[in-house]
Design a protein around this ligand. Structure first.
Ligand SMILES: [Zn+2]
Length: 288
């Protein structure tokens, strides 16, 4: 008899603290609709649904005519399903994880190494970098979804440095002037000016960051209360992030990275080395 190739799965769920709660979460709803045995706890966050055979979340097979209990076991006994190229390159393992995320509070900023760097890090410190492969990522919005992706054009950052003196204070006059002067230069000069600004920000003393952030929060709140629109400095988002992560330097990242709001069906691709952060909403993540 031919091997049965199509069968229902119950996918693993990750209850990370940043996920949406209970049945408000896209992840919980998908789990409930695919697995009749699943019980949703309303007081638990349902952050990620993993469709794949990852060792920390191997999907269960919901068909008792199949002898294997999980997708990982099934693949290891039916290696041809991967195709010869993938089977040989990835030692008979599925090199792909499809995730659905449901985000209530913002995640930290990340960038993933390219293949070359991933191999090097894995060789140097396999305990911290268990994977020698790169991890290109694509996010597709299932609901309205907000995220940060890649550096903004220099002109936009320069505008924020003018309109947000609290940010300029952290970056300093020299680095600010360097970035302003780089707008008409070649991209190499602009890139190094940008690098200098960003590292000034990231190396700021914690107490100075807290102080400048609280000045900014106060200013935005007062202006908003007086009926002034603060959207030109992403006022609402800044207040929201500061409420989630009071005093955190990451709040200032919105002035360096492109802010995207995806509509359902829209996607963003996150290449190696591109800084990104997911802020709010539900999306699905096929990742390599
Ligand atoms: Zn990522």
């Amino acid at each position: 008899m031919a091997v049965q190739q199509v069968f229902p799965l119950s996918c693993a769920v990750q209850h990370y603290a940043w996920g949406k709660m209970g049945s408000n979460s896209e992840v919980a709803r998908l789990l409930a609709s695919s697995d009749p045995q699943a019980r949703i706890s309303e007081d638990k966050p349902y952050a990620e649904l993993w469709m794949g055979s990852h060792p920390r979340g191997d999907a269960k097979i919901l068909d008792n005519r199949i002898s294997q209990k999980t997708l990982g076991q099934w693949i290891s006994e039916n290696q041809d399903c991967l195709g010869s190229k993938v089977k040989d390159t990835f030692n008979g393992k599925l090199p792909f994880l499809f995730k659905v995320l449901s985000v209530e509070t913002a995640l930290s900023i990340q960038a993933h190494p390219n293949k070359e760097l991933a191999e090097k890090l894995h060789l140097q410190a396999p305990q911290h970098y268990p994977d020698a492969n790169h991890k290109p990522e694509m996010a597709i919005a299932l609901t309205s979804f907000q995220g940060l992706c890649g550096f903004r054009p220099v002109e936009e950052i320069v505008t924020f440095l003018t309109k947000v003196p609290e940010l300029r204070f952290l970056i300093g006059d020299n680095a600010t002037a360097q970035l302003k002067g780089s707008t008409s230069s070649d991209s190499q000069v602009a890139a190094s000016a940008l690098q200098s600004c960003f590292s000034h920000l990231m190396k700021s003393e914690k107490n100075v960051v807290v102080e400048q952030l609280s000045l900014l929060v106060k200013r935005i709140s007062q202006q908003a209360a007086a009926g002034n629109n603060m959207e030109d400095i992403c006022g609402e988002l800044l207040l929201q992030l500061h409420q989630q992560y009071p005093g955190d330097i990451g709040c200032f990242a919105i002035y360096f990275l492109n802010l995207l709001t995806l509509k359902p069906g829209e996607a963003m691709f996150l290449e190696a080395n591109v800084p990104h952060a997911y802020l709010k909403g539900g999306g699905s993540w096929p990742s390599g």
